[in-house]
Design a protein around this ligand. Sequence first.
Ligand code: ATP
Ligand code: NAG
Ligand code: NAG
Ligand code: NAG
Ligand code: MG
Length: 427
Amino acid sequence: MRAVSANLLALLFLCTCACVFYVWSRLESRLERYKRGLQLPRSFHVGPSPDISAKTFRALLAVPVAQRLHLGGRLDVRNVTGVRDQIGSLGSRDYHMNVDNKGSVQREVPAKFGSLVEGIFWSEWLEAQLPASFSEEHARAWRERARGHRIVRLEPGCGRISNQLATFSDGAKACVRYGINADQVQGETLTYYLANLLGITNLPPLILAQLNVDSEQWASVRRRIGGLQWSERAVVSLTEWVANLTGVVTPAPLRQESKGLRPLQGELGNKTTAELLELMQWTDLIILDYLSANFDRLVSNLFSLQWDSRVMERETNNLLRTPRGDLVFIDNEAGLVHGYRVLDMWEKYHSTVLGSVSVFRKRTAQRVIELHRRRDTRTRLLELYRDSEPLSPELGFLSYEHADVLQNRIDRLYKHILHCKEKYHQL
Ligand SMILES: Nc1ncnc2c1ncn2[C@@H]1O[C@H](COP(=O)(O)OP(=O)(O)OP(=O)(O)O)[C@@H](O)[C@H]1O
Ligand SMILES: *[C@@H]1O[C@H](CO)[C@@H](O)[C@H](O)[C@H]1NC(C)=O
Ligand SMILES: *[C@@H]1O[C@H](CO)[C@@H](O)[C@H](O)[C@H]1NC(C)=O
Ligand SMILES: *[C@@H]1O[C@H](CO)[C@@H](O)[C@H](O)[C@H]1NC(C)=O
Ligand SMILES: [Mg+2]
């Protein structure tokens, strides 16, 4: 009997050793992968890669104690599948330490840095300052309204000639996008639903419509459609038109000369609430553009730096701002379909831009974690799209190949968040 127990103990000991070694080597290989993944050609040397080096990593760990206290934020990754996520459990110490502060966060004034970011997440206080840009209710109401009214006018006002400003019989307006090919309309539409899935509310509500000059919906603009040479039966997208939008210049922490957007006192503590709210929205933008491989905003600017050194000082493509300060992500037609086709060319820039962000919205990160763990991004996106858009069978959905690309990007984004967590949370 005793011999059996001794053998069992020995076995247990060996298993423990093996586990420790396994976890340790996984961590090492992850760090290694990050180093490799974020290496850039010299001419595009942007913020993130120096941070990845072991030297900087150690330097960060040497932050003075006073600053560490400010940085130790509460982490509240929602329990989505019944198992606490790795990201959540890593922060358990701080979680317990700060959990009592939850109710006492000051709602009006960001008294100190701790109330701006909590670990690697924008704080609840900051989140509370910015209601959804286009709420779910708003989007549902707009879509119903748009489907129920005739289009009485089509005119320029939404960019290039293939995009037209439409006026409905009730006076509401929309941008109609006629895709040169189906990829563009699919990209626009599926990116909108991907944003929905992630809880990102910066995209104007969207519906699809099928051109048919004999239908009531289009009859009033029959002649105009003829002039535009839009082909019958084409599926077009209509997005809510928003008044008084202005251009947006990329904020300093996201420019190539910066060290990136990091949850550090010295870098965020000095910003106004308006600046922080905008940065918070940019972090969602970067996540969405990374996942959808949309190069037609920040990434194309990075690319253009080769010959246009001042491109970052100009307004960012396909991004606008409301007078209230909400960012509006328009023109997502490069996302998911076209973006995936040309990934070879753009991937290094996508990785660079993602690598420059180490602060996230909690809700967005939670959804990413959930999609990573369940590995069901394709199903969830397809269901949402089918349930919300009657014309989805006409337009079609992502190929299996592209759905895999999307799931892989979710997984890589998850690892990036985990990496930031390891790097900054336990400071
Ligand atoms: N939903 C919207 N609400 C208000 N204005 C819009 C909207 N969508 C587009 N616009 C206007 O149309 C312009 C061009 O939009 P968009 O990027 O969608 O078209 P585009 O043909 O790609 O143009 P560009 O080549 O300039 O990017 C925007 O800068 C904005 O002024
Ligand atoms: C997570 O959720 C499951 C069921 O929803 C529950 O049984 C479990 O206790 C929860 N775990 C945590 C850590 O909250
Ligand atoms: C847009 O700006 C004009 C002029 O300043 C103003 O009259 C109008 O109310 C604004 N509309 C919205 C929706 O903000
Ligand atoms: C805040 O920024 C201003 C100018 O942008 C600078 O002069 C000041 O030193 C900064 N303060 C801190 C604490 O970084
Ligand atoms: Mg555009």
